[in-house]
Structure formats: C-alpha cells, structure tokens
Design a protein around this ligand. Structure first.
Ligand code: NAD
Length: 254
C-alpha cells in the first residue's frame, strides 16, 4: 500500500498514466437512493439471495423472485445519477478514464453520460423470455405492483441481468478482462468484491501491471492485498476530492 497522502497519490497516478478504467459496484449508486445488497439496509436484509436471486430460485418460483426484482426495478426507475457518476464522466472528458466496467444493472453510468460502459451483469432495460428468448423493453411488459410479467408465448419473462448461478455473457466478460489487462490504473469504486467472477478483475489488472485505487467507506477483501491506494469515504465525496486536485493529464507521476 502507498505511503503519504493517498488522495494526492491517486490523483498523480490518474493524471500520469491517463489510461484508467473504473470498476464499479452497488456502492456507487447508494447515494442515488438504490441500496447495495450487503450492509445495513441492504436489499439482502429483506430478500435473502439464495431465496430470491439465484437462477434456480427464479425458475422454481418466478412470482417470488419477481417481488425482489420489482422492488429493484422501481428503485432503479426512480433514481438519477449522483456526483460520483458525474465525476467519472468528467474524468473521461479530461482524457484520464477510458472505460467503466460496472456490476450494476441500473443504467446510471449511461444516464450520467459515460460513453464506454461494460455492463458485466446486464441491465434492467430489457426483459427476456425464458422459453423462446424473445426480448422486450421492460416498460412494455412490466408495471409496478403487477405479478411476474409474461411473454406472448405465455412463459415468464426475466430481466436481462445475470442472477447468481448464471454465467457472465461472453462479450462483456472478454471486454472487461481486456480492459483490466491493458489499463494503467484500475479505479475500484463501491464494490465488496465478493461476487465472482467480477471480483477477479482487480487481480487481473494488478498482475498486468496496473495500480489499483480503491474507493469505499469500508475496507474490503481487496484493501489489504490487491489495493495500492485506498481512499476511504463515500464515492461522491472521494471522486470530487480527487478531481479537485487532479493535475493536468500527462503530468509525470513523480
Ligand atoms: P455489495 O452490495 O456487495 O457491496 C457494496 C459496497 O459498496 C460495500 O463494500 C460498501 O461498503 C460500499 N458502499 C456503500 N456505500 C457506498 C458509497 N456511498 N460510496 C462507495 N461505496 C459504498 O455490491 P457489489 O460488490 O456491487 O456486488 C453485489 C451485486 O449486487 C452486484 O452484482 C451488483 O450488480 C448488484 N446490485 C446492483 C445494484 C445496482 O444496480 N445499483 C444494487 C444492488 C445490487
């Protein structure tokens, strides 16, 4: 772990190396009003994951799984990007950040204006039929408070997201690993790093020579091992503070 002022260190790395990639998790959207899964008031308190969020649970009892999915959809539908999402757009426009890999399904990075977003776990914008694979825009088929929506063929629809037990689609997984292998700095924001295989991305970046900068109010499994620079605090405050001291892009690291 780096010594000295970690905020200055992070700003120097970002500006000096210029090709940063962000890996974001549920924590970046907490300040937009979408609770994370883990932690106090986390969604898991109300909806234990093994009962609601595995593909097996969905296939056995889709109506039950849809109680959790409906709540997540309502939360995502009412949310707007916060200052952390906007800060990543600013880093992109200053030529410092080149892509965002997100585990989130809320679409807030795109809503904020980020241009290169890899949605590792899919998104809530679309529903897909578990029988005939037809896709629908979510707003066409789902209304808050209704039962599990159905396809024209009569089968149940599932949001186009990755539930526990489902594989990561090939394209986002390949693209994310490629970004991790080739970035100079990986900015890890608001993830507990407990969900596989997304939790491997920081290690892939580190082994390929990137510096790992972690933003989280709490230490994670990465903090004492993979992380080079740990910035404690809420995403919006920390990203704002780093932006405030960011030297012009291209300034040497040391
Ligand atoms: P997680 O719930 O496991 O961990 C959230 C992390 O965010 C914790 O480490 C917590 O300390 C941190 N955090 C809390 N408030 C924060 C803040 N203001 N700023 C920065 N960090 C903060 O989430 P995860 O690691 O992303 O993994 C869980 C899975 O849950 C992911 O697959 C994700 O797709 C899914 N999820 C997504 C959303 C969403 O799309 N917004 C919401 C809930 C869960």
């Amino acid at each position: 772990m780096a010594r000295g002022d970690p905020f200055q260190e992070a700003a120097r790395l970002l500006a000096g190396r210029r090709n940063a990639v962000a890996l974001t998790g549920a924590g970046i959207s907490v300040e937009s009003g979408i609770p994370a899964f883990r932690g106090t008031h986390g969604l898991w308190e109300k909806f234990p994951p093994m009962e609601y969020a595995t593909i097996g649970a969905f296939m056995r009892q889709p109506e039950k799984a849809w109680r959790m999915l409906s709540e997540l959809l309502s939360l995502c539908g009412g949310a707007s990007p916060n200052a952390a999402h906007a800060g990543l757009v600013e880093l992109e426009s200053r030529g410092v950040l080149r892509a965002v890999i997100t585990q989130n399904v809320d679409g807030l990075h795109q809503a904020a204006g980020s241009r290169r977003v890899i949605e590792y776990h899919g998104n809530m914008k679309e529903l897909v039929c578990i029988s005939c694979w037809k896709h629908f825009p979510t707003r066409e088929r789902w209304k808050a408070g209704e039962d599990a929506p159905r396809c024209e063929c009569g089968e149940v629809l599932k949001p186009n997201i990755v539930l526990f037990g489902e594989p990561i689609p090939w394209i986002p997984q390949e693209r994310a690993e490629e970004e991790a292998r080739t970035c100079g700095v990986l900015l890890v924001i608001g993830t507990s790093a407990q969900v596989a295989p997304a939790c491997d991305i920081p290690r892939i970046a580190k082994e390929a020579g990137a510096a790992v900068v972690e933003i989280n109010p709490e230490e994670t499994m990465l903090t004492g091992s993979v992380t080079d620079v740990y910035l404690p605090g809420k995403a919006s405050e920390v990203v704002g503070r780093v932006l405030g001291i960011l030297p012009p892009a291209g300034t040497p690291e040391n």
